[in-house]
Design a protein around this ligand. Sequence first.
Ligand SMILES: Cc1ncc(COP(=O)(O)O)c(C=O)c1O
Length: 358
Amino acid sequence: MMLVPGPVELHPRVLKAMSEQVISHRSERFSALLSEITEGLNWAVDGGEGSRVALLTGSGTLAVESMIYSIINPGDKVLSLEFGEFGRRMRESLEIRGAVVHTIKAAPGKTPTLDEIERTAEDFKPKYIATVHVETGTGAIVKNLEGISKIAESIGSHVLLDAVSSFGGEELRMEKWGIYAVASCSQKGLGAPPGLSFVILSRDAVKRTCETEKKPSYLDLCKSMKFLERRETPFTPAVNLMYGLAEALKLLREEGKERRWERIRRASDLLYRKAESLGYTPLPPEESRAHTIVALYPPRGLDAAKVIEELRKRGIYVAAGMGELKGKILRIGIMGYVEEHHIEKLVGELESIGRGAP
Ligand SMILES: Cc1ncc(COP(=O)(O)O)c(C=O)c1O
């Protein structure tokens, strides 16, 4: 049983869909497949009128870097919120693009407060505010994205979001919350195979992608937008992965996105509750706990690496901490098709591994 924070185990229907024969990406059938996927992704976060989805062949990093290279010009001021490994990577990509970056950091498990963001944004006057939604390294979520967008709007700035670990599993309403661009990928909350990623550009962001300075072709979302008008992709896409993603989106539509968010929330609430009763301590404080990733310190006297190894011997795969949290925590992904019975099984095994020192 895979309970890592992506990739997730695939639904049998998704697996079956991927075994279809390859088609040309310059065919009518391909255009229909691409439209089905881009419409599904847009629907999944209520992208709104005029928004567009660039589908990319490559993992989540490609989507985040395409978003950065296609929207930001060297010299643009960007306020970067950094509260873990993926925020750090995003900040680094911004710097490599040549942005003038000011960073607000938060301790592991926490996220910058709205007050801090507001004060810094008013002083620094960034053109963009860039943040991760769910920080995979710590299991922390930015709860008030709408509040951050309002701050951005008040100074003529825009929010760029890395939603790699939240898309499909956490509530995300792009148009209502005023998010300018969202980058994510296939292998986590959407329950599709790894290898595809995408950027959803709001109506305003669509225009901006063709105004930025030179960027590498593979990161150029302006090019993707032009090809999208004729329902094509600029480069050879991973068609069989697209079959899988289309089927995963069908499953999401059948379940309903709100019901999916609710199922993930119920499963993670159950895990937080039961793990705490076994002596585990969630890394994030209650107000910044994500549902798609649960990060836990083991009880005193139990070693995190040992717990992970014991679970692996019992056929359950969870992830270790990253960076300075390596060896200190375990991270459990609640994404795709995970339900409460999976959590009951995990908790049963945690119980059998023990409660640590009395
Ligand atoms: C929040 C976040 N951003 C970006 C990435 C990079 O995604 P990928 O490994 O698919 O390139 C990850 C990967 O886990 C992630 O969790």
